[in-house]
Each structure stands twice: as structure tokens, then as C-alpha cells.
Design a binder for this molecule. Sequence first.
Ligand code: NAD
Ligand code: UD1
Length: 334
Amino acid sequence: MILVTGGAGYIGSHTVVELLNENYDVVILDNFVNSSPSVIDKIELITNKKIKFYEGNVLDRKVLNEIFNDNEVSDVIHFAGLKSVSESLIKPYDYYNNNVTGTLTLVNEMVLNNVNNLIFSSSATVYGKPQEIPLTESCHIGETTNPYGTSKFVAEKMLTDISSANLKFNVTLLRYFNPVGAHPSGMIGESPKGIPNNLVPYLTKVARGQLECLSVFGSDYPTKDGTGIRDFIHVMDLAMGHVAALRNRKPERNLNIYNLGTGKGYTVLELINAFERITGVKVNYRLSDRRDGDIAECWSDPSLARNELGWEASRSLDDMLRDVWNWENTKSNY
Ligand code: NAD
Ligand code: UD1
């Protein structure tokens, strides 16, 4: 049985679908702080399987114990956490509490219950301002610029130390690049609350006429068209990366770290153009100042995950944008 914390969230829900498709037994723990119970129903509709779920907080030892007592959990995939960079600047306590203390509490209860395999949702944000591109797993980490990024960095450090002191405890750190897209059914996808901070959710709201204009943050970066470059990865590829990490864990090391990216970078303008071409919808945008804390370019060298996990991203930018637009246009039907 695989415990998926945050399994009703954006990346978690797509991963649960893939796990169920691969015939893993799954139990979800989620407090729905950034999702809703209806996601569980949609996962059940997509997979035609029933899911066991607990509504609760990873900070709550009682619910963790209940889960470990009631289920034969072998592995935990830990998505539960808060993820908004801008909110983390206003509510740093909540970010450190959920992302750092939450992870520590979970690990402590795992060890006490003899559950020794953890996959942790990390982020390319731990690389801070990259000193070299593409980013490999051995690149320098740290010098994060906001509490969200620092919470991921601290959690990584903590898990690294725990894994070196407890050789029975297996840790896989997955550093995601920029997740985009939705399940091709259009039943699950990303639903940020309020005004989105991230590029694609903002762009789709502009395309639907719910927001007026997309600001392109910075057009004077040293890139081919002056706008920032990112490694956008389809959430379904990301989901499959978790299945690969679960299945192909290297037994010779108890700490494994992988970039989950495509290895290809696209500029913001290239993404907007691709969106317009695929959907036929014009996007109202204007070039504006750089956003504080942004970097010019960030893309991965994904070869370690390819070589060791046998995984690589197969979906294109066009696939990501087509699926995200399908989700935008069908989600109200479900
Ligand atoms: P999400 O907010 O959609 O999903 C997180 C889920 O965890 C939500 O369902 C939320 O209700 C739940 N949750 C949050 N705190 C909880 C707690 N204390 N106890 C129980 N449940 C809790 O986010 P996501 O995009 O699916 O991200 C999943 C993980 O991946 C997060 O840890 C995030 O930091 C990390 N990550 C996300 C991105 C991204 O761009 N989406 C990039 C890199 C890393
Ligand atoms: C940010 C976070 C990262 C987090 C990710 C997903 C940093 C440095 N990075 O990544 O930790 O995992 O969000 O939550 O904090 N852009 C615009 N206009 C917009 C929005 C974005 O031009 O309205 C541009 C940005 O300047 C950037 C690119 O689009 O060049 C991608 O931005 P975004 O989607 O916010 O992701 P990141 O900043 O890469």
C-alpha cells in the first residue's frame, strides 16, 4: 500500500491515477486546504477504482498512526505542503510549519511504524540562482529567495541527514521543474485559488476573459527573445516519474535525488505563441518589468532519471497546452 499525502492536489491526483493504473493500492491523506474532496470522486471516475482516503493533517500524529495501524503501508509519497511563493512571504510560519515540521512529523511516525521508503516533492527552486545550465543534481543548492523555496531546501537537508544516520530509511528527492497540463480526460487539473501567480494558470484565465492582461515579466533577459526560459513538464509525465521512482529505487544507496524535467527550455513568448497556435485564442499580453526573485533561465539535465529510473518525459509543450485548455473548458461539466 502506498500512502500519498496531498493526493487530492494537482500533482498528487495525477500521480494517484497513474499508481492505480499500475495496480498499486493507494491510501490518500489530505486536509483539502488547497483542494477538494470532489477530486477523489473524479480519480475514482477516471480509474474506475475505489480509493481509501483520510481527511487530516500531516502534522497530526494521531491520524498518521491510524493510517499506519490500519493499512500495510510500504512507501509514502509526500506531496502535502503549501506551494505559493508570494503567500510564503506573507505567511512564513505556515510554510515552515507545513513543509518542514509536517515532513519531520511524517518521517518520525514512519520510522516509529517501520515504514522506511519516502519519496519527497522537492523543486528546482532549491537550486536558487543557477550557476550553470542545464541543472544537474550535483549543482549547488541553497540561496533560495523566499520562505517557500527555503522550506524545500531545509526539508531536503533534513531528509539527507536523516538518511545518512538511518541506513534503513530510504529517501528519494524529486526536484520538479515547471509542472503544466492536466489529465487528458479534462476531469482533473490545477485549480489555484484566487489570482494565480504562475504563468500558465494566469494565461488561461486571460484567454477565458476572466483576467484582463498577462504581464510578461521581463523582456531584457539574455535569452533569444529577452523573456525568461523555463523547463515546462506535463503533469502526467511528472506523475509517471513518481511511479518510476517507486519501482526502480536504487537499493545500493538510501538517498537518491532526481531532476524531473524535460531538458528543454521555452521562453515565455514561445509558450504564449504556442498557446495561441493550438487554441486559436489570442492572448492579451504586455511586456513589463522583471518580477523580483525571478531568474533568466532554468532548465534541467534529466539524464540521471533516464539512466537510473528508466523514465523520461514524452509529452510536448503543445500537449501540455492542449490538455490545460481542455481542462479549463471542461472542468465546469464535472
Ligand atoms: P497542491 O496545493 O495542488 O497539492 C497539495 C495538496 O496537499 C493539496 O491537496 C492540499 O490540500 C494538501 N495539503 C497541504 N498541506 C497539507 C497538510 N498539512 N496536511 C494534509 N494535506 C495538506 O500542490 P501541487 O502543485 O500538487 O504540489 C505538490 C507538492 O509538489 C508540494 O509539496 C509542492 O510544494 C511541490 N511542488 C510543486 C510544484 C508546482 O509547480 N506545482 C513545483 C515544485 C514542487
Ligand atoms: C515558481 C517558483 C517555483 C515554483 C513554481 C511553481 C521561484 C524562483 N520559482 O517558478 O519555486 O515551484 O513557481 O509554483 O520562486 N511569468 C510571466 N507572467 C506571469 C507569471 C509568470 O511572465 O504572470 C514568467 C516568469 O517571469 C517566469 C515564467 O513565466 O519567467 C514562469 O513563471 P512561474 O510560472 O511563476 O514559475 P517560476 O517562477 O519558474
